[in-house]
Design a protein around this ligand. Structure first.
Ligand SMILES: C[S@@+](CC[C@H](N)C(=O)[O-])C[C@H]1O[C@@H](n2cnc3c(N)ncnc32)[C@H](O)[C@@H]1O
Length: 218
């Protein structure tokens, strides 16, 4: 029923969303502010970023090595660093990288910011925490903005990620996914590369279920 309703209101919501995100907007969490332009993933309406922020809030991250792979606005990276983590924030979107560099200076938070297609510029690096909020709609992205949402017609993002991840796997490698995406297919792609998913959090927000999975080697 809710899924049907979502389909009906989707075009209207998308129009409003596209209009809202055309302008640069601010997003604030625990006193940390990031500015987000139209080219960068907006955490305002999507639930995943806030769920991850709340999830890491109680953790003791002091001196922990922490990678946010595909950091977008970088709010999660800045928050983790404010809690004492040694953070690398990476993304394939140069605009996101540039905006995060400015936000790090403005918030006076030390984060290493790396332009990278998945782990390509993070060779030989390992971490205690890896956080991934991936694009998951099966469509080919036409530009960097769309890379925040689309994982390729044949889930190429996940194919490539799971081929690289075993060399970098962290004791805490976490991925958030929504019930809107093809979770079973994504799990299968992981298992082809010797990786398994364990559910560590299920959270329903506005009737949409979101899941945080811990990814481990089989
Ligand atoms: C859903 S957004 C999540 C952004 C941020 N982590 C958050 O939770 O707000 C996905 C992010 O992954 C990035 N991304 C997509 N493909 C990537 C790739 N091949 N390598 C690195 N980052 C990528 C996008 O540019 C986008 O910033």
């Amino acid at each position: 029923m809710f899924k049907k309703l979502k389909k009906i209101i989707f075009p209207v919501a998308k129009f409003a969303f596209d209009k809202y995100t055309l302008k640069q907007r601010s997003y604030t969490y625990e006193g940390i502010e990031v500015k987000i332009s139209a080219e960068v993933f907006p955490p305002h309406f999507t639930l995943s970023t806030k769920i991850l922020l709340d999830f890491i809030k109680p953790l003791n991250l002091t001196n922990k090595t922490f990678l946010e792979l595909g950091c977008g606005s970088g709010i999660i990276s800045l928050f983790a660093a404010s809690k004492g983590a040694k953070v690398i924030a990476s993304d394939i979107n140069q605009i996101a990288i540039g905006e995060l560099k400015l936000a790090a200076i403005k918030n006076e938070i030390d984060v290493t910011i790396v332009y990278s297609d998945l782990f390509e510029n993070l060779v030989d690096k390992t971490f205690e925490y890896i956080i991934i909020n991936p694009p998951y709609y099966p469509k080919a992205p036409k530009n960097d903005k769309e890379r925040a949402w689309f994982c390729g017609e044949n889930f190429e993002y996940f194919e490539k990620l799971f081929a690289q991840l075993p060399q970098h796997i962290a004791p805490n490698t976490w991925m958030i996914l929504s019930e809107d995406c093809e979770i079973e297919h994504i799990k299968q792609l992981a298992s082809k590369n010797g990786l398994s998913f364990a559910l560590i959090l299920e959270k329903s927000v506005v009737k949409e279920k979101n899941y945080i999975f811990s990814i481990q080697k089989l």
